[in-house]
Design a protein around this ligand. Structure first.
Ligand code: NDP
Length: 484
């Protein structure tokens, strides 16, 4: 058992602070529905403290060498790894995701980001441009105070994916977690300070959308990075644009996963499982439109249903459990509504389709077959363990149908034909494509969407572009040449 009630709800200027005048946010353990902690939404006074301390701390941090900044991040990565079990249990309390997952992908992927950007920090350079006798050089400079706004599905990872590159580049970060999962980011802030991060550089403030909006609109903020839904992304991107601020939008998707007749069926079933059921289906990049070529459809569905039946759904703190509940009652009801629409619109229910009769917000892994392109479950992001299987005949047809969506976060293809694999991913409109695997997102690989799924990229060297900008300096080596 870990301490789930933090000593206070916000972490500002290197310490926990509270203002009980803020609206109460109850933290509910999704596996039981019980309240396990509470925080308060940030009041204007709290928001002001966060902004003022971040702005004050950022300049001195930016003046340090990248190597020095990186050392702090790498130390934080080590502390996270040492405390992985405790942080994973907290992630499970915050989200309901099974400990079997959180022990391997949450705090650890946060540590990966801190380690990766910590290593990169010392090598952030500009370039020299010779112009005859004159020359120019460029410098990569930080943006200033950055705001990160998180979704609820990966609270530790998102806090680190945004914080690590921001700090590596010499910025300060103010992070607002989702109101559903307020606990994990506080631990990230605490650990960064323990690792030597000066006070004020990584602040966490709690609150609903309004707190995020206030932060984005403050003139002291130079950049916002949001992980969230497309409707929220449109609002936040517009607010940033109104003041010409930098913005990274990591938004939702309805990604296609294409399984050709020549694929290894067992591997394709594993890929589709990972693409739909992992984290109880609450993953932005999920391949929820599974296009299966007709020759392999029966074998695929039979095997998928068999493997679904073997999924252990239950107490997420039991390490034998594969899948936990949905994050909240509200999200469970959204998912159950979509399941009802799938049934009503004529899709064939292969397995699942119900809430489990037990405490907590459990939905059975659900598969629909004979789904057609116009059905609601094939058009809208569900964000739950619901897979839609659509039939197809040939490659040209399936590419057109896969791209027929406003989203463009991810896509996958399973085939043993190497030329087909590359030909198909070349035509898929998605920020990330997987061939013969799915949903792997290591820090070394850029991650982000095209079309309505977002702008900008997280992770990899690409993230540096989104947390710094180029300053050009022209150096005149001869007298100014002017005719008048
Ligand atoms: P939301 O869009 O509802 O919320 C995201 C965050 O934005 C929350 O912290 C929310 O606060 C805040 N917010 C809401 N309105 C505003 C506003 N006007 N101004 C500033 N901040 C605001 O998304 P969910 O939390 O429901 O997360 C699920 C979504 O996130 C899915 O669409 C999913 O695909 C996407 N996602 C994308 C990922 C990616 O990398 N592309 C990864 C993970 C998820 P509040 O606490 O009130 O909700």
């Amino acid at each position: 058992m870990v301490e789930t009630q933090p000593t206070a709800g916000h972490f500002i200027n290197g310490r926990y602070v509270e203002d009980t005048a803020g609206e109460v946010i109850d933290v509910i353990y999704p596996a039981t529905g019980e309240k396990i902690a509470q925080v308060h939404a940030a009041t204007p006074a709290i928001v002001e403290q966060a902004l003022a301390s971040a702005a004050a701390a950022q300049k001195e941090w930016a003046a340090r060498s990248g190597t020095e900044r990186g050392r702090v991040l790498r130390r934080a990565a080590d502390i996270i790894r040492e405390r992985n079990r405790e942080l994973s249990i907290l992630e499970t309390y915050d989200t309901g995701k099974a400990l079997q997952e959180t022990l391997y992908v949450d705090a650890t992927s946060g540590a990966d980001a801190l380690e990766y950007f910590g290593g990169l920090a010392g090598s952030l350079t500009g370039e020299h441009i010779q112009l005859g006798a004159d020359f120019a050089y460029t410098k990569r400079v930080p943006l200033g105070v950055c705001v990160g706004i998180g979704a609820w599905n990966y609270p530790t990872q998102i806090a680190c994916w945004k914080g690590a590159p921001a700090l590596a580049c010499g910025n300060a970060m103010i992070f607002k977690p989702s109101e559903m999962t307020p606990l994990c980011a506080l631990k990230v802030a605490e650990i960064l300070v323990e690792a030597g991060l000066p006070a004020g550089l990584y602040n966490v403030v709690q609150g609903m959308g309004a707190v995020g909006a206030t932060l984005v609109e403050d003139p002291r903020v130079a950049k916002v990075s949001l992980t969230g839904s497309v409707p929220t992304g449109k609002k936040v991107y517009a607010a940033a644009a109104a003041q010409m601020k930098h913005a990274t939008m990591e938004l939702g998707g309805k990604s296609p996963l294409i399984i050709f007749d020549d694929a290894d069926v067992e591997n394709a079933v594993s890929g589709a499982m990972l693409a739909n059921m992992y984290s109880t289906g609450q993953v932005c990049s999920n391949g929820t439109r599974v296009f299966v070529q007709k020759g392999v459809k029966d074998a695929f569905l039979t095997r998928f249903a068999e493997r679904c039946a073997a999924i252990k759904l239950g107490d997420p703190l039991d390490e034998e459990t594969h899948l936990g509940p949905m994050v909240s009652e509200a999200q469970m009801n959204i998912v159950l509504d979509y399941i009802a629409k799938g049934k009503a619109e004529g899709a064939t229910l292969v397995c699942g389709g119900d809430r489990l009769e037990r405490d907590g917000f459990y939905v059975a892994p659900t598969v629909f077959a004979d789904v057609t392109d116009g059905m609601t479950i094939a058009r809208e992001e569900i964000f739950g363990p619901v897979m839609a299987v659509l039939d197809f005949e040939d490659e040209v047809e399936v590419i057109a149908r896969a791209n027929d969506t406003p989203y463009g976060l991810s896509a996958g293809v399973f085939t043993n034909d190497i030329t087909r694999a590359h030909r198909v991913v070349d035509q898929l409109e998605a920020g990330t494509c997987w061939i013969n695997t799915y949903n792997l997102a290591p820090v070394e690989v850029p991650f982000g969407g095209v079309k309505a799924s977002g702008v900008g990229r997280e992770n990899a060297k690409a993230a540096i572009e989104h947390y710094s900008e180029i300053k050009s300096v022209y150096v005149g080596m001869t007298p100014v040449d002017l005719a008048y």
